[in-house]
Design a protein around this ligand. Sequence first.
Ligand code: NAP
Ligand code: MG
Length: 490
Amino acid sequence: MRHKLFIDGQWCAPVNGGTFPVVNPATEEVIHHAPAGTAEDIDLAVAAARRAFDTGPWPRMSGRERAGYLRAMAEKILERKQELGHLEVIDNGKPLPEAVWDIEDTAGCFSFYAGLAEELDDNPEETIALSEPRFSSKVVREPIGVAGAIIPWNYPLLMASWKVAPALAAGCTMVLKPSELTPLTALELAAIAEEVGLPAGVLNVVTGLGPDAGQPLSEHPDVDKLAFTGSVPTGAKIMAAAARDIKNVSLELGGKSPFVVFADSDIDKAVEWIMFGIFWNQGQVCSATSRVLVEESLYPALLERLVAEATKIQIGDGLEDGTLLGPLVSRGQHDKVLAMIARGRREGATIAHGGKRPHGLDTGYFLEPTILTDMGEDNTVWREEIFGPVVCVKTFRDEADAIRMANDSRFGLAAAVMSRDKTRCERVARAFRAGIVWINCSQPTFTEAPWGGYKQSGIGRELGRWGLNNYLEVKQITSFESDEPWGWYM
Ligand code: NAP
Ligand code: MG
């Protein structure tokens, strides 16, 4: 565990010398004191990234050369996957197999964008057919410049890779600010960048608190692009900060995603995907399908089965064998989720299962997998993101009713539908107002496919070639090819 920030290829103590505690959510123990970067460190990091972009080799080398670095980073990440996974568990709380899966995905993300960096060489320009034959025009893509990345705590290293890998592939330089709740692996990513010899200043990592480090990064005039993942209120602040200098912004925000289950569904499959959609990663998943809509005739049997299966989920320290549900990330998150459940009950919801600290787990931010029913459509728990292992289940009458309820949200990140009728699934998938739609499953995520939301769930898309475009400017180069005079003034 590291005590220094990574700026301009060097490990440096924060200018103000501060630290903040890192807590293992399963034990509530302080396991580390991480360096607390502030505006002064952000200034140094942005200046390093600016120099590396304006005069350094990184944006000027070929995509193939950059791909070499990205592949080397992917390899180092994979070599260290058990150790990095372990760090994620003691930092975030998630079960170890999930954490190791995240690390494999992180490596996969670096490899994928290495491939796209090479494609930039293969397709260096695109010719545009113009309506005016005396002109020719082509389009080239160039890195945007210095990127500032601010990420959340739910998938610490993976969320970093969704921004770092495409930004580096594009030829941008960057400053990464991880969440104060999970700073450990971002600093390891810096160490990996150092090990593979990434030129100084290309990737800078400043750990610190949101208002102290994140805000100065978002307001910095030398940052060209802001890539943010987190909550809607912070996203709004990022956008406001970006407005001052007209920075390019991409936002991946929250969700309250619906999962529509028709009565012809196989009940075992429905129950397993519902649980994966909300209990995986303790429900701290932006795309979690936290609102389950069940066709009336299936509801009693499905609810009974869901409660029975949720009861069996093994809860414990993410490092223990067999744990499927770890603690929530922090005391604050634990309190927030319990407060939401209490509010939901006051507003009329019934707890069908869970809703409290599991018996025998008195230390750690543990919470039973929770199933809420009987809430009205205006109940806070039905409308607002809880970001915990809490699913709300309601019935619907028919397909039109399901679509109306599913889309009645200020969010639009993800949505899922289950039915044996493929035509119906396709029809409902098209009707959802959401950026990610799953049919007969919930949550599987692929580096190749675009990720992002409609409505207040964000702006822009990460992953796939869409993710690379976040970090590329588009330049048209238009040439007057005729020997004739233009003939306007002369
Ligand atoms: P958050 O409170 O918005 O924090 C996100 C990041 O912003 C953290 O690094 C945080 O630093 C930083 N930050 C806080 N205040 C800031 C400010 N004034 N200026 C600049 N940066 C600031 O969100 P979170 O609680 O970490 O994450 C949960 C949210 O993220 C949920 O709403 C979830 O849906 C969303 N999320 C979305 C996606 C997606 O792909 N759409 C993925 C994961 C999570 P500190 O941690 O130090 O405060
Ligand atoms: Mg922690």
